[in-house]
Design a protein. Structure first.
Length: 433
């Protein structure tokens, strides 16, 4: 698939930096690494051209403020990018990045080469109109929006790259699972040793123009065992983008461009017998999970949560508009206490803190999912909260959360009066103390 990549560097770097400076530095200094992930592992958007087996990044453009980010230019030059300078145009420091990017995208619509996919790295909702224009022109759009992009912006993209997946798989910030034993390849005859019980692979017809029957069965057997081990070793639903990036390197004879003649990772994995594991393709490139151990992966707008039926309809409106987790009052209060307790004993790190806080909540008989914990922590970071600066009491955190939700509601044109803001603060526990 012919693709064009446009990066709003200032937007992506600053958003990643708010989450963790190491994420931002890896993004800025190692673009070759995440480019390989983008071309070789990220699933194609829905309705990709027939026969498309991967991406060819024919255009790579990075737009940045040279006064601030000049030091990163050599890394992008070595990765084959055109680097476009977008210096400040106003006394407030506003650059013309969005205008440059939009004009360049519109120009490529008229190019003699038909670009099938436009990839945009930015959370700036100003790109919503151009995404809609691209859709009207029957082009696919893929977006990486670090932070909390508007609902309209998300709905205008064909594929949203999940930030956690990008950090974990593209930037190489993989989560360690110390409770699982190492998984090492054995001799070809023995394959990979399964972890626990796994369902024997059934016979599936060999795809046309693929591999010979013996090798096909070996590939499926090894892939099934690797996938089962990956899910068993994870305490979260496993992003299928991660599996797509790892399987070709771990399964001899499996080509990540042809997927054993099936043409796509999705077609390949759907030939495997993985029961009782479940596949969910509904969002973010898909997930694989064990219903006995994992929370079902859901899109933020689809969370059921634990809001009480007696709660004001306003709270459900807020959750729908902002994609906030639908936690109850007691759950929010226990969540703030768990975060404050953890930060009193350990330094903040988004990944590790999220896991420990989830575990503390469970010890307190409060089953809050890791996804919801991470949403709250990311929201605090993106809202400007600095952990470890003496403002991590439950009330501090609750007030910051309430303030963040008010801003997100205003962005989505859900205007709150004073009584509604008071109800919002009461819900998240900003009345503590």
């Amino acid at each position: 698939m012919k693709s064009a990549l446009f990066i709003d560097f200032d937007n992506v770097y600053s958003a990643l930096r708010r989450l963790d400076i190491h994420y931002a530095e890896r993004f800025a200094r190692q673009p070759i690494d995440w480019l390989h992930w983008l071309t070789d592992s990220l699933p194609l958007p829905a309705h990709a051209p027939p026969g498309a087996k991967g991406r060819r990044l024919l255009v790579r453009r990075c737009y940045f403020n040279p006064h601030v980010y000049q030091r990163f230019r050599p890394h992008f030059n070595r990765a084959g990018f055109e680097t476009i300078d977008c210096p400040p145009m106003t006394t407030e420091g506003k650059t013309s990045t969005d205008i440059h990017m939009v004009l360049d995208m519109v120009d490529l619509l008229q190019h003699e080469t038909r670009f099938d996919e436009f990839i945009v790295f930015s959370a700036d909702a100003d790109f919503t109109p151009v995404l809609r224009k691209l859709r009207r022109s029957d082009r696919r759009t893929t977006v990486l929006a670090v932070g909390f992009p508007s609902a309209a912006y998300q709905a205008s993209a064909d594929l949203l790259i999940d930030t956690d997946v990008f950090v974990r798989d593209a930037l190489g910030e993989a989560e360690e699972h110390s409770e699982a034993p190492p998984f090492a390849p054995a001799a070809r005859s023995g394959g990979y040793q399964p972890m626990g019980h796994w369902t024997p692979v059934e016979t599936t017809p060999l795809p046309a123009s693929a591999v010979d029957p013996v090798e096909w069965n070996d590939i499926r057997t090894l892939a099934t065992q690797i996938i089962r081990h990956e899910v068993a070793a994870s305490d979260l639903a496993v992003p299928l983008a991660r599996m797509a990036s790892r399987l070709p390197a771990q399964v001899p004879g499996l080509d990540g461009s042809s997927w054993a003649g099936l043409g796509s990772f999705r077609r390949f994995i759907e030939t495997l017998v993985l029961s009782p594991l479940l596949l969910d393709w509904s969002h973010s490139g898909g997930y694989l999970y064990d219903p006995q151990r994992h929370d079902r992966p859901v899109s933020p707008a689809g969370r059921d949560g634990t809001l009480d039926s007696a709660d004001p309809p306003l709270l459900r409106q807020v959750c729908d508009a902002t994609e906030a987790p639908r936690l109850g009052r007691l759950e929010f209060r226990r969540l703030w206490q768990a975060i404050a307790t953890d930060l009193a004993e350990q330094p903040f790190h988004l990944r590790d803190t999220g896991k420990r806080v989830r575990d503390l909540c469970r010890l307190a008989q409060c089953d809050i999912s890791r996804e919801d914990v991470n949403w709250v922590l990311r929201g605090l970071l993106m809202g400007g909260h600095q952990f470890g600066q003496g403002q991590d009491t439950p009330q501090d955190l609750a007030w910051q959360m309430a303030h963040n939700l008010e801003k997100l509601c205003a962005r989505e044109e859900l205007w709150l009066d004073e009584s509604q803001r008071a109800a919002l603060r009461d819900w998240v526990g900003a009345d503590l103390g």
